[in-house]
Design a binder for this molecule. Structure first.
Ligand code: SAH
Ligand code: SF4
Length: 372
């Protein structure tokens, strides 16, 4: 029988577990500290709990249950892509992107020990594969295999923080770390597990909600649920086209929920005054990268506290699109800025190891290093 994972249980759940084992409440707090602050890899490492209690947990079928970083590929830009092994043998990918004071872009950063980082972003997966079928995305080709549990989602972060020895002081915020839920899968099609993982990461692991961004392809009912959450991460919507016709061609899910219905749902979110909603826009050469498309985007986002992240499409095997020309990217960017929308063109990370957006697909052979 597979072991039940303690990682992923919040303090109330751990308290109930301790009570069921006839233990005092403070044991739950000790266990939570060991799991989420010290990031113990196994019950053996949790010296604050008496050996007898650890034995009781093992007898009841419990273990820490953190996902394992099984393999890694490292990019010349310092990005690391991990193949993450789950308890049932399935795998997902997680990406570590150090940024901040990086040396010149042409310096090879693969020597891990000498790599400095001031800040880093971790890109987290929410499902094994994805059901959404966006035509430009490699993950789509996997189809959906299963949802991740809250512990598997938050556990990717814990495993990567441990690898990079990022300390989280009790009650403190690892303020150099940003999380983006933009790995494999559609987080809003695994909504409850995703939100539970978010609560573990914020309430138990001390990562500020303002440093976490969830990206959705546009699951309208889930956006409406998200609007009702008392505490939420930042939201990004993968707009990717300036009208429903183009969007339906590249993202068939548009036929279910069109752009207007998504924007309508977004408007129900009680954004803070200085909170932007991010729109991601993958530029596909000759398809959605022309000036008229930029003008349509401006019209769509008029009156919203919107920010746009332009992403140059990353090619992948078996996907028949073209990258936009640098001139088209530049022109699109400038038109949005001129229209008053804060716009950023995302720097591609780890392209050489297929770690960039939409390139997380397990089967690609790159220079993988065995870790476990
Ligand atoms: N499923 C969610 C989050 C994961 S995809 C979503 O779709 O929003 C994260 C981002 O990568 C999305 O904005 C998506 O549009 C983009 N993306 C997917 N494939 C890409 C590719 N090949 N090149 C560039 N961006 C891509
Ligand atoms: Fe799924 Fe996002 Fe890829 Fe679309 S872009 S197939 S929603 S992972």
């Amino acid at each position: 029988m597979a072991e039940s994972a303690l990682f992923g249980m919040d303090t109330p759940a751990l308290t109930a577990l301790m009570q069921s084992l006839g233990q005092p409440r403070y044991r739950a707090a000790q266990l939570a500290a060991a799991l989420y602050r010290q990031r113990a890899a196994s019950l053996d490492e949790i010296a604050t709990l008496p050996i007898a209690l650890r034995g009781q947990l093992i007898a009841a079928g419990y273990g820490v249950g953190l996902p394992i970083l099984a393999q890694t590929a490292t990019s010349v830009d310092g990005t690391e892509r991990y193949l993450v092994q789950l308890a049932d043998g399935e795998t997902v990918e997680t990406v570590w992107m150090p940024d901040g004071d990086l040396p010149e872009p042409d310096v090879d950063l693969r020597d891990r020990d000498s790599r400095p980082f001031k800040r880093a972003t971790i890109c987290v997966s929410s499902q094994v594969g994805c059901a959404v079928n966006c035509h430009f995305c490699l993950t789509a080709k996997l189809g959906i295999r299963r949802n991740l549990t809250p512990g598997e989602i938050a556990g990717q972060v814990a495993a990567v923080l441990t690898r990079h020895q990022v300390e989280v002081a009790a009650g403190g915020n690892p303020d150099r770390i940003n999380l983006v839920f933009m790995g494999m899968g559609e987080p809003f099609l695994n909504y409850d597990a995703f939100m539970q993982a978010f609560r573990i990461l914020s309430a138990e692991m001390g990562i500020s909600p303002a440093r976490m961004t969830v990206s959705t392809s546009g699951i309208e009912p889930a956006i409406r649920r998200f609007a009702l959450e008392p505490i939420r991460p930042r939201l990004a919507l993968s707009l990717n086209a300036s009208n429903d016709t183009i969007r339906a061609e590249i993202m068939p899910i548009t036929r279910k929920w069109n752009i207007a219905s998504l924007l309508e749902a977004l408007r129900t979110i009680p954004f803070g005054k200085r909170e932007y909603v991010t729109f991601e826009y993958v530029l596909l050469g000759g398809i959605n990268d022309q000036p008229e498309h930029a003008r349509e985007v401006l019209a769509l986002l008029k009156g919203m506290n919107a920010k746009v992240n332009l992403i140059v499409w990353n090619p992948g095997p078996g996907i028949d699109y073209h990258q936009p020309t640098p001139e088209a990217v530049d022109r699109f960017h400038k038109l949005l800025i001129a229209g008053g929308i804060p716009t950023f063109t995302r720097r591609p990370r780890g392209r050489d190891i297929y770690a960039a957006c939409g390139q997380l697909k397990r089967t690609i052979e790159t220079e993988l290093v065995q870790l476990a």
